[in-house]
Design a protein around this ligand. Structure first.
Ligand SMILES: NC(=O)c1ccc[n+]([C@@H]2O[C@H](COP(=O)([O-])OP(=O)(O)OC[C@H]3O[C@@H](n4cnc5c(N)ncnc54)[C@H](OP(=O)(O)O)[C@@H]3O)[C@@H](O)[C@H]2O)c1
Length: 434
């Protein structure tokens, strides 16, 4: 029997695969066409994440890649391939998704809603006992800023902060209808924001913490008098290590000289952040224990038992980049240039600086999985997870090449920290989708 998985090469998929291969079954990873072979990508990413070699080999040996086109109802497979795959599959894990918070609605809807419907076509062709595990998000709760979200709830009453949230909501609606029509066995997992305290390596899936920190990394380039490689506000005794990371006191408190950046946000705002390795473990564990009623998906919040304050997240960013970032109830009418840039650079994140909702962890509680073994997320954890390989800083903004040489348009430290003039930074931040 075979497990069919989408999104195996992603941030979450890479953590889930080692659990799935442990079951000894064949695993077919449906991947995007035109990418390098999945076995090669998985091996490279797992090694970069420090996964032990024997576990890397176990994944590479057991996982068989099949290129597909999620935009097509038949997944772009030949009819015989489609039927053969459906016939051998007894379990589906659908993780593939477009997770861009700034991305155009058409793109996220195509992948997250139509892509889910097309994957379900394959599941429908499988035997009646085949199980579907669908990875949704806790953010199907949309624009609801406070209160407690139940696992049974799925309504769009509060609107959505972005097209990504709406698309995941619509995908869940679709899967509920589909399960009811076919009396299919479905488990829907709703993870919160997945994070890691491993620094992101180039060429591996992105950690959302690193994305947020990178936006602020570009901002520090705006500040005058910044010695190369040493952001302003660097605590006494700190230094930059050979890989470009500030050491000495990476989580130290800000000094009075540290530049202040106010971010529009609600006092007491908090978010649910969950280590990605815990999310994968909990989902795999629950999948083995749950027996969903045919036609009615079991829906589970995969969330941390503790909320993380948004101010703590910004303190971690500030500690990393030598800034004092303070959540301030808006509107901020006297914003400095730096604050205006900060607001633009982080606009995808902005709505979440007002959130104070919590999620009921009913299923995790029922299965006594609601606490143990989950790392607590403090400022030190966040700082570790926000670090990136310096050469990657600004890569998506087309600044990576410039960061290797000194030029009149900007300067780069030997450690790779890029110092750009304001005009260059404005261009970078003005790029569509930035
Ligand atoms: N990250 C979070 O904080 C978070 C939180 C809650 C829920 N989730 C959900 O968890 C799932 C996995 O997220 P992630 O963080 O692992 O995302 P990710 O790192 O961006 O990975 C996305 C995965 O989906 C695949 N994919 C995207 N578009 C595809 C397409 N058109 N055809 C085939 N494959 C496609 C990617 O393949 P390539 O490698 O080829 O790009 C990759 O394997 C998503 O459904 C997301 O909505 C994520």
């Amino acid at each position: 029997m075979t497990i069919v998985i989408t999104g195996a090469t992603g941030f979450l998929g890479l953590q889930l695969l080692p659990h799935l291969v442990g079951g000894g079954r064949r695993i077919v990873a449906l991947t995007r066409r035109g990418r390098p072979p999945v076995e090669e990508r998985l091996t490279r990413c797992l090694r970069a994440q420090g996964v032990p070699e024997h576990a890397v080999r176990a994944v590479a040996d057991r996982v068989h890649g099949v290129p597909v086109d999620l935009n097509r109802a038949d997944l772009g497979l030949a009819p015989w391939q489609f039927s053969q795959l459906a016939a051998e599959a007894d379990e589906f894990w659908h993780l593939a998704g477009h997770v861009g918070l700034n991305a155009p609605a058409a793109a996220v809807t195509r992948t997250n809603v139509a892509g889910t419907a097309h994957l379900l076509n394959l599941a429908a062709a499988a035997g009646p006992g085949a199980r579907v595990h669908h990875v949704s998000t806790a953010f199907v709760a949309g624009g609801r800023g406070s209160g407690t979200v139940h696992e049974t709830q799925l309504n769009g009453d509060h609107g959505f902060e972005n097209a990504y949230e709406r698309s995941k909501f619509e995908a869940e609606q679709h899967i509920r209808r589909w399960a009811a029509e076919r009396r299919a066995k479905v488990v829907v997992f709703r993870p919160s924001i997945l994070v890691s305290d491993r620094p992101s390596a180039v060429g591996t899936p992105s950690n959302p913490l690193a994305e947020l920190a990178r936006a602020f990394g570009l901002l520090t380039a705006l500040l005058p008098g910044m010695p190369p490689g040493m952001p302003p506000g660097t605590p006494p005794g700190a230094s930059v290590d050979p890989s470009g990371r500030r050491t000495g006191d990476p989580t130290g408190g800000p000094s009075a000289a540290t530049p202040l950046v106010r971010i529009d946000g609600r006092e007491g705002a908090h978010l649910n952040l969950l280590p990605v390795d815990a999310a994968a473990r909990l989902m795999h564990e629950l999948a083995g224990r749950l027996d969903p009623v045919p036609g009615t998906p079991s829906t589970c919040h995969i969330t941390h038992y503790q909320e993380t304050s948004v101010q703590t997240v910004f303190e971690a960013v500030g500690a990393l980049h030598g800034l004092r970032i303070r959540l301030t109830p808006g509107p901020i009418t006297d914003a400095t240039d730096l604050e205006r840039f900060a607001a633009r650079a982080t606009r995808a994140f902005a709505p979440y600086a007002n959130h104070r909702r919590t999620y009921l962890r009913t299923t995790l509680r029922e299965h006594r999985l609601d606490g143990d073994g989950i790392a607590s997320i403090d400022r030190a954890y966040l700082v570790r997870g926000m670090q990136r390989i310096p050469a990657d800083l600004g890569a998506d903004f087309g600044l990576a090449a410039a960061a290797t040489t000194r030029s009149s348009a900007g300067s780069a430290s030997p450690t790779g920290t890029f110092v750009a003039p304001a005009s260059r930074l404005s261009l970078a931040l003005a790029r569509p989708g930035a």
